[in-house]
Design a protein around this ligand. Structure first.
Ligand SMILES: *[C@@H]1O[C@H](CO)[C@@H](O)[C@H](O)[C@H]1NC(C)=O
Length: 507
């Protein structure tokens, strides 16, 4: 009885210190299963809970991690889970659904204050507005006459949905599923940029439903921010040395003269183990012939053959015994070998690594859809994933799309793609500048850009430094382990090196 009175009293006496109670927002964090990304998401959840304890408003915020509440692996595409969101995450007292990413930084007090000043009865969504500077392939060239007119939210800055808006969207989805009315969605079955596709879906439901920009959902840290987007951390203190990574480039004879020189002048200079696979052998580059005829599109057979050949060489060539990761790249992929090496050090080696930029195919259907790592931005595998892949997958036809076949096969082996926004299937100018990180790992396509200039601007300096650092460490390592070197020459080399170093110091 006394307890009841206390609860009743506290209920009456408590007014929200920030204009709203913590439990009037449902947080949905777009999360991933792998240990590294899960750790970041859990940390965010923890800081929100901690902040709510300090608010002392007697309520607990509802924080959901998407991969925990939704079993389907299509939740990252957002639109396919709107119905589930409404059914599972919204309670009678919820006023806002706050969608964000693991790398969103949240100030709960400010967020409650600012959202309490908004009209939650209106069908509305609030966020940081991104827009395309020019029509871009990643958005299917939408609004190509005036691409900047269409605003879509920066998910990492947080997006707040009112419940009336969610209801309207779900009504529309249900209508199309019962009455067979075509769903207003992206022009293809592919999911590329969920934020853009979500905004387009909403706009297609009703042209008056446009993103409302608010100053407290920010692309960068600032005093007015209730939420701001933080760059994905690549520095986990455990960078992978370059002798553990094999870079496999996929090319064909037509591009030997046009593209390969550009690769060899840029990131390929800073690799230790590089293999260039082509339909034609050219010892001057050198390329390795796959024996698979080139196809205009798809390349499934070629890629599978490359992975098989890489695996075989790893087993045969003892110099490759340290290899842990294989990067499959196109001949027009620009990579940062330093950012990649740092980032790979963030992952748990016991997990299957299948990493890059995630796209989706047919994610609205329950069974046939899947997510895949898109090839142009580079696909990173660890050796055990390749072994599984090579042992259990084959191409439907030589020209099936390689990246998609790889994914659908890995899905059957229960290996899911690990997404990173640091990999890019398109050129840097295809993305809104706010979302590009200075720790970007890849860009793709040499169309209407100068690849040398792009590499210089984004990657060159740090790659060079990282390579030099690795070379110093690894050269010692190499000749101590190398059985071909006789002890006396080893000693000479060491002495030379020491005297060289001393000279260096004297200078
Ligand atoms: C073994 O690997 C090393 C390092 O990548 C390479 O230089 C060498 O040519 C390879 N040997 C053979 C026989 O392929």
């Amino acid at each position: 009885m006394r307890k009841f009175v206390i609860i009743l009293l506290s209920f009456i006496l408590l007014t929200p210190t920030c204009g709203m109670f913590s439990d009037e927002i449902s947080f949905l964090v777009l999360s991933q299963k792998n240990k590294y990304h899960l750790g970041v998401a859990k940390q965010l959840k923890h800081t929100i809970i901690e902040q709510s304890l300090n608010l002392d408003d007697g309520t607990k915020p509802n924080i959901y991690l998407s991969h925990e509440v939704f079993e389907k692996s299509n939740s990252w595409a957002i639109v396919p889970i709107l119905i589930d969101i409404l059914n599972q995450l919204i309670t009678p007292q919820t006023k806002w659904l706050l969608l964000c990413e693991a790398n969103s930084v949240i100030n709960l007090r400010k967020l409650l204050q600012r959202l309490s000043e908004e009209d939650e009865k209106q069908a509305v969504y609030l966020g940081y507005p991104l827009y395309d500077r020019e029509a871009t392939i990643i958005h299917h060239f939408a609004f190509f006459r005036n691409p900047s007119e269409f605003k879509y939210p920066f998910l990492k800055a947080g997006v707040a949905f009112s419940i009336p808006l969610l209801n309207r969207l779900v009504d529309r989805l249900l209508l199309s599923s019962t009455k067979h009315i075509v769903l207003p969605k992206a022009p293809t079955d592919f999911t590329i940029d969920p934020a853009h596709e979500l905004a387009l879906f909403i706009w297609n439901v009703d042209k008056n439903l446009i993103l409302k920009p608010v100053p407290y959902l920010c692309s960068h840290h600032g005093p007015e921010c209730a939420i701001y987007a933080r760059e994905e951390n690549i520095f986990c203190g455990n960078p992978i040395s370059l002798d553990k990574v094999l870079f496999a480039v996929k090319t064909c004879e037509k591009y030997h003269k046009e593209r390969l020189p550009l690769l060899l002048q840029t990131w390929a200079r800073f690799t230790i183990h590089l293999r260039i696979f082509s339909d034609a052998l050219d010892e001057t580059i050198p390329t390795i012939a796959t024996g698979v005829l080139n196809t205009e599109h798809g390349h499934c057979e070629k890629s599978m053959k490359i992975l098989r050949m890489v695996l075989e060489e790893i087993q045969r060539n003892s110099t490759l015994k340290n290899i842990e990761f294989i990067v499959l790249a196109d001949d027009d992929t620009l990579l940062s070998i330093s950012s990649l090496s740092e980032y790979l050090g963030c992952f748990d080696k016991r997990e299957y690594i299948y990493l890059g930029e995630r796209y989706g195919y047919d994610l609205f259907s329950d069974d046939s859809g899947y997510s895949y790592i898109t090839g142009g931005g580079g696909i990173v595998f660890d050796v055990k994933t390749i072994r599984k892949l090579v042992n259990s997958c084959s191409c439907a036809s030589p020209s099936s799309p390689d990246d998609m076949i790889i994914a659908s096969c890995l899905k059957s082996l229960e290996i899911e793609p690990i997404h990173s926004s640091l990999f890019h299937q398109a050129r840097s100018k295809d993305y809104a500048p706010e979302i590009l990180s200075r720790n970007a790992i890849s860009f793709h396509k040499f169309w209407q850009i100068d690849p040398l200039e792009i590499y210089e601007w984004w990657f060159r300096k740090r790659d060079e430094e990282y390579y030099e650092l690795n070379k110093q460490v690894l050269s010692d390592y190499k000749y101590l382990k190398n059985s071909c070197v006789t002890p006396s020459t080893t000693n000479n080399k060491i002495e030379n090196k020491i005297s060289h170093n001393v000279k260096h110091v004297e200078l």
